[in-house]
Design a protein around this ligand. Structure first.
Ligand code: C2E
Ligand code: CA
Ligand code: CA
Length: 528
């Protein structure tokens, strides 16, 4: 059952990982996606605004070129009329003037005087005849670019492109992620500064500047990553929802897969029981004082048709949890009786031990089952030892006590298995009234290794002596351990130092070679 809990824990951990992993991956992907998305939005906004600025300036420069050759620098009525017409038909320009060498207005569509103030230096574009400089209207502070081309020795023609036509208010290509758009003459005076009030943190900001290849114009666009995150929130939520659904599906699949594997294994085991693939192996138990055989423990093995031997660790937990352990235990009892009945009957001092699990103590059916199997069997009840493991909690300790008493009343001896490792501890030893204490390999190992204290095994042996229980040490692997156990008064042991669990034929040979058949007299009593 402890192994069952471990297997369940692994399945649940795997299911939990499957549940969480898509969300984590989605979160990472979203973070990366949001960063990429911000850069994309900034880039496309920049392209659109620079292109728009170039197109507006194209129109203005085109108007200047068209005006060339019309003698506008003469400032006569015809020239003024033509200037007014240019302004009227050219959407990009607001003012058309003839400029003196000092930059003052000689004449223009708005008259001689204009409240336009020039600021900053002038810049040249691809065409050296055309100059650009920044201007501001004194009355309303509106900004713009004056574009001027030389018309005569002393005069130039100039047009003004208002800033609002380069980045029209309310028409800017704005995504929620765009924080600011700036247009300047090269890296000089700023013509457009369409920036939102709040300052962006450096870590949140993506800013890109690009300069026109034809005109001395630079456009800078700044974007906010967090704004993209907010803007994309619904998409992010959707992706998280999808991740949770995928996670749930994955977790469900893992659990279903675990159950299916369990179901498949169980079906396989049921078929294997019918095909007699489960076989009892027998591990000898020896008397440490005399070196004689005291009996054996039945340990199940699954012999597959291809000859491979599967140890109980691979299936016993499922057998115990699924109830398959009931037919399996009865089958092993029948098989062991058939394997050992004759040799054991001739040696009444030997006992054959069977493992029972906590589930066997849920009700008293096991008493009737054992009685039925062994009453008239070749292996008599008096040669049985039933091992109750304390590794898993007994469902009802009082009922277990009554079942154990019933066995003892039939001449069956009962051992508490794996003592010291499980749930029962002292209380099982005191309450269950068993005859034999099987000390787990864990404590036997402590004897020969200096790393562990021998206090537990010493007190278990003391306790057994006080309660008149026999002690069997399990998992004894060295002669040093045998010696130490013997010195402490332990009567019996099993372990690889003597023999592993053996197939029936080998174990029978061992019994026959170690234990000559005693001459049985009427009334002899054998106690193990
Ligand atoms: P267990 O009842 O404690 O059985 C002793 C285990 O220790 C056996 O493992 C045995 O092969 C192994 N062992 C014996 N001597 C040594 C040794 O010197 N060194 C080491 N390292 N191991 C040793 P096995 O056969 O793999 O059985 C494992 C467990 O499976 C058993 O532990 C028992 O809890 C369970 N089991 C085996 N057969 C049955 C069965 O028929 N019914 C039930 N309910 N459980 C069984
Ligand atoms: Ca056992
Ligand atoms: Ca054991």
């Amino acid at each position: 059952m402890a192994k069952g809990i471990r297997a369940k824990t692994i399945t649940w951990c795997a299911a939990l990982c499957a549940l969480i992993a898509p969300s984590v991956v989605t979160q990472l992907a979203n973070t990366k996606r949001n960063a990429d998305l911000t850069a994309d939005i900034v880039e496309s906004s920049l392209t659109v605004h620079l292109r728009r600025a170039e197109v507006v300036i194209d129109l203005a420069v085109d108007a200047l070129r068209k005006a060339d050759g019309h003698n506008l620098s003469r400032c006569d009525d015809a020239a003024l009329a033509r200037m007014r017409r240019f302004v009227l038909v050219t959407a990009a320009i607001k003012e058309f003037s003839v400029l003196n060498a000092d930059g003052s207005i000689a004449c223009g569509n708005l008259g001689k005087t204009s409240d336009v103030i020039r600021f900053g230096p002038h810049f040249g574009g691809a065409d050296p005849q055309v100059l650009f400089y920044a201007v501001r209207y004194a009355d309303n502070g509106q900004l713009g670019i004056r574009i001027a081309s030389q018309a005569s020795e002393t005069r130039a023609l100039g047009v003004i492109v208002p800033a609002e036509w380069i980045v029209p208010a309310g028409l800017s290509v704005r995504h929620a992620a765009i924080h600011g758009i700036t247009v300047s003459l090269s890296d000089g005076p700023v013509i457009v500064n369409d920036t939102q009030a709040s300052e962006l943190l450096e870590s949140d900001r993506i800013e890109v500047t690009r300069t026109s290849g034809r005109y001395p114009i630079s456009v800078t666009v700044a974007g906010s990553r967090s704004a993209v995150v907010r803007e994309e929130l619904s998409l992010t939520l959707l992706s998280h929802l999808a991740a949770i659904v995928i996670g749930l599906l994955g977790a469900t699949l893992i659990i279903i897969q675990g159950r299916r594997h369990r179901d498949d294994l169980l079906s396989e085991m049921k078929a294997a029981l019918i095909d007699r693939e489960f076989v009892p192996f027998y591990q000898p138990i020896l008397d440490l004082d005399t070196g004689k055989l005291k009996g054996c423990e039945v340990l199940v093995r699954w012999r597959k048709p291809d000859g491979t031997i599967v140890p109980p660790g691979a299936f016993i937990d499922l057998a115990e949890r699924s109830g398959f352990i009931f037919p399996l235990t009865l089958y092993l009892m029948e098989q062991a009786a058939a394997d050992l009945g004759p040799v054991f009957r001739a040696r009444p001092g030997l006992r054959c031990g069977f493992n029972l699990c906590a589930e066997h103590f849920r009700n008293d059916h096991i008493v009737a089952d054992v009685t039925k199997r062994f009453t008239s069997s070749t292996l008599p009840l008096s040669q049985l030892l039933l091992e109750v493991t304390e590794r898993d909690p007994l469902p009802d300790v009082d009922l277990a006590r009554r079942i154990i008493a019933a066995f003892q009343g039939m001449g069956v001896r009962v051992a508490l298995d794996d003592v010291g490792t499980g749930h029962g501890g002292m209380s099982y030893l005191l309450k269950l009234g068993v005859d034999v204490m099987k000390i787990d390999k864990l404590f036997v190992d402590a004897i020969s290794t200096e790393r562990y204290s021998t206090a537990i095994i010493d007190s278990l042996i003391d306790l057994a002596a006080h309660m008149r229980m026999e002690v069997v040490a399990e998992g004894v692997e060295t002669f040093e351990q045998v010696e130490a156990l013997r010195r402490r008064g332990v009567q019996a042991a099993q372990g690889f130092v003597f023999a592993p669990a053996l197939p029936a034929s080998s174990f029978r040979l061992l019994v026959e070679s170690m234990e000559a058949v005693p001459s049985i007299k009427q009334g002899d009593v054998f106690v193990v």
